[in-house]
Design a protein around this ligand. Structure first.
Ligand code: GLU
Length: 466
């Protein structure tokens, strides 16, 4: 079977984290089967759809590396085709015009309510001819849905579910103003795009029954369905903003790597044994819709951050420099980039996000004199000052390599029968402004001779300790 899937967002906001997961599952399924992954923008709600949202969806998919095949389909451009299909249904007797006035529909609602029934259209116009049509009312066109029997869906996630047709009323296909409704548009587009599998959020599961009825009325084969449970918060309730219900651009801005987010989203609702770290190649090899979990996954920021930290640690140093470079609010010089590149192997394991990585590396490109944390400044006592003063000549004529610098400082410490830390600590404070840093000789090598000596001079001139 040729697999063709689609991601069909409504462009009313950013690419939401739940939508991103739906896109990922579809993309993986297509890649796994050597099939096609299509993008359809469901922009029929002209009042709520914006060009900005379309751009954000496209940017988000691009950033996540989920590239679609073929041209983007814009649902709004297909309205003439939708209307044409409804005319076919009218002609074949699978749809009818209904001329109910708003008052009549309201009375129907009130009656159902009073009788404790769920509100369903009563089908008064099913058999009436248009000769009875009242003047001045533009009709809607409704599906002549079967009244007997049942509609069954064999969903890859939800299993086999049957709904009695008596529970489903004659839904509107075309509104009085001639615009198609969501269920009709989706069916026509999925059919015309030869979609083989519909993988989407389970908030659309009830629509799948109505859509199946439309497929039957048209004599078209329905696609296979996989309705994925929505992502919940850690408390099991609907995911809130604070818990992660954000657009993917918020994740990008915080500094999550796209491959880490892909890995995390994949594991939200799908599993392969106990594997936590799954590369995209492995995911393509293993992904299958039958392994999607039936209960909602819970979003966990701490887990995502840990996973991201792992991916950062394993990332190429030059790529990480490229990612942090735009985060300092100014252009970096070639020299500053070179510094960051030398430091990267020593700092990347300390950050869980690219934002954190930019924060902890900022001091290495800060102009002199660098800010010194008060706690670190306090440890810069007179003894430390004196040692650093005495060490300065030994450093200034050393070849500027980490190993050489280390042997100079070690030699100096041994000659004075001192622990290395006794020297390393004031050096650390002078060079990084903090009592905690990557290996100090790597820091010196990265900063270079001039900057290192300058920072030591600054510290000696300004810090007096306590
Ligand atoms: N446009 C719908 C949404 O954004 C999805 C429709 C579908 O996947 O069938 O929720």
């Amino acid at each position: 079977m040729n697999v063709t899937v689609r991601f069909a967002p409504s462009p009313t906001g950013f690419l939401h984290i739940g939508g991103a997961r739906t896109a990922l599952f579809n993309w993986l399924y297509a890649r796994h089967h050597g099939g096609s992954f299509r993008l359809r923008i469901e922009d029929t709600d002209r009042a709520r759809s914006t060009g900005e949202a379309v751009a954000a969806i496209i940017d988000g998919l691009d950033w996540l590396g989920l590239h679609w095949d073929g041209d983007i389909v814009h649902q709004s451009e297909r309205q003439p085709r939708h209307a044409e299909v409804v005319r076919q249904m009218l002609a074949s007797g699978h749809a009818y015009r209904a001329y109910d006035s708003p008052e009549e529909l309201e009375a129907m609602r009130q009656k159902a309510k009073a009788e404790g029934r769920s509100i369903r259209y009563d089908g008064v116009w099913r058999e009436r001819g248009t000769g009875d049509a009242p003047s001045g009312i533009a009709p809607v066109i409704r599906l002549k849905a079967p009244r007997d029997g049942a509609t069954t869906i064999h969903d890859h996630v939800q299993g086999e579910v049957t709904v009695a047709n008596a529970q489903l009323d004659d839904l509107i296909l075309l509104r009085a103003d001639g615009t198609p409704t969501y269920n009709l548009s989706v069916v026509v587009d999925d059919h015309d795009m030869a979609i083989s599998h519909v993988i989407r959020g389970d908030d659309h599961f009830t629509n799948a029954f109505r859509q199946t009825q439309i497929y039957r009325a048209l004599g078209w084969e329905a696609p296979e369905f996989a309705h994925v449970p929505l992502i919940h918060g850690p408390d099991g309730a609907k995911l809130s903003k604070r818990q992660g219900a954000l657009g993917v651009e918020a994740y990008r801005d915080t500094g999550y790597l796209p491959e880490a987010l892909r890995n995390y989203l994949l594991r939200l609702g799908w599993s392969h044994g106990d594997d936590e770290i799954i590369s995209t190649e492995q995911a393509i090899r293993w992904f299958d819709i039958d392994a999607i979990g039936k209960s909602p996954a819970r979003f966990d920021f701490a887990k995502l951050a840990n996973l991201n930290g792992r991916y950062i640690r394993e990332s190429d140093d030059a790529r990480l420099v490229d990612l942090i470079a735009p985060r300092y609010g100014r252009d970096l010089t070639g020299d500053e980039r070179a510094r960051l590149l030398l430091l990267m192997p020593h700092v990347k394991s300390r950050a869980k996000t690219i934002k954190e990585l930019a924060d902890i590396t900022k001091v290495y490109i800060s102009p002199r004199p660098i800010p010194i944390e008060p706690k670190a400044a306090a440890s810069f006592d007179p003894a430390a000052r004196e040692l650093l003063n005495a060490l300065t000549p030994a450093l200034s004529d050393s070849p500027w390599l980490a190993a050489e610098l280390e042997s100079r400082v070690r030699g100096f410490a041994e000659a004075r029968q001192l622990q290395l830390a006794t020297l390393a600590q004031p050096l650390r404070v002078a060079l990084t402004g903090s009592a905690n840093s990557p290996p100090i000789f790597a820091v010196m090598a990265a900063l270079g001779r001039e900057e290192t000596m300058g920072r030591i001079r600054d510290a000696l001139a300004t810090l007096s300790g306590i």
